[in-house]
Design a protein around this ligand. Structure first.
Ligand code: ADP
Ligand code: MG
Ligand code: ZN
Length: 188
């Protein structure tokens, strides 16, 4: 008998990346809500470090929100996923260690649709691990752009508005704004 491959049982990885204020969380919430409406089994995670607006919900700068499970490490995702899980959403994925890459692979291999959203560059414009690694293995990639607060062009970078050399400095419009390549500056 001929070997016919049955479609519909394969998982995959989607990555939504871009600077702050570009709509990554809005787009993640849009995709997850559609899956929930279609009665798919959805789990949403965020790193516990990101408690800017809320302890448990993922929240966009435009105030859209969705309940999520705050976790300390990538491995914790596996404690929540079971054989019924169809979709896994992860926001602020840049705050996880590189272990997240293997976890996403494993889930997709098992047939789960994995949707990750996160910054692709830090405040200096340097690729923000583990997002580059996730982009390399993803089936689908979406790059969202904001609008430059200085000149109005499409903004791919996040401008830090305070002096700090810490890579991770959690904040919103009090600390950051969207800028294009030309208007983005880095303090020496
Ligand atoms: P991200 O998750 O990428 O940081 P969000 O989905 O949380 O982005 O927020 C996107 C929203 O941010 C936009 O719909 C808009 O309301 C707001 N916003 C604030 N500043 C800007 C900007 N410079 N360009 C575009 N949207 C902005
Ligand atoms: Mg966001
Ligand atoms: Zn600009």
């Amino acid at each position: 008998m001929m070997n016919i491959v049955q479609p519909g049982h394969s998982g995959w990885i989607e990555v939504i990346c871009g600077p702050m204020f570009s709509g990554k969380t809005e787009e993640l919430i849009r995709r997850l809500r559609r899956a929930m409406i279609a009665r798919q089994n959805v789990l949403v995670f965020k790193p516990r470090i990101d408690t800017r607006f809320d302890e448990t919900n993922i929240i966009s700068h435009s105030k859209l929100s969705l309940p999520s499970i705050p976790i300390n490490s990538a491995e914790e995702i596996l404690e929540h996923v079971d054989e019924n899980t169809q979709v896994v959403g992860i926001d602020e994925v840049q705050f996880f260690d590189n272990g997240i890459v293997e976890i996403c692979q494993q889930l997709a291999d098992k047939g789960v649709r994995v949707i990750c959203a996160g910054l692709d560059q830090d405040y200096r414009g340097v690729p923000f691990e583990p997002v580059p690694q996730l982009l390399a293995i993803a089936e689908y990639i979406t790059k969202t752009l904001a609008i430059c607060m200085v000149c109005g062009n499409p903004a791919s970078r996040t401008q830090r508005l305070v002096k700090s050399k810490e890579r991770i400095l959690v904040g919103a419009s009090n600390l950051y704004e969207a800028r294009c390549r030309k208007c983005h500056t880095v303090d020496e």
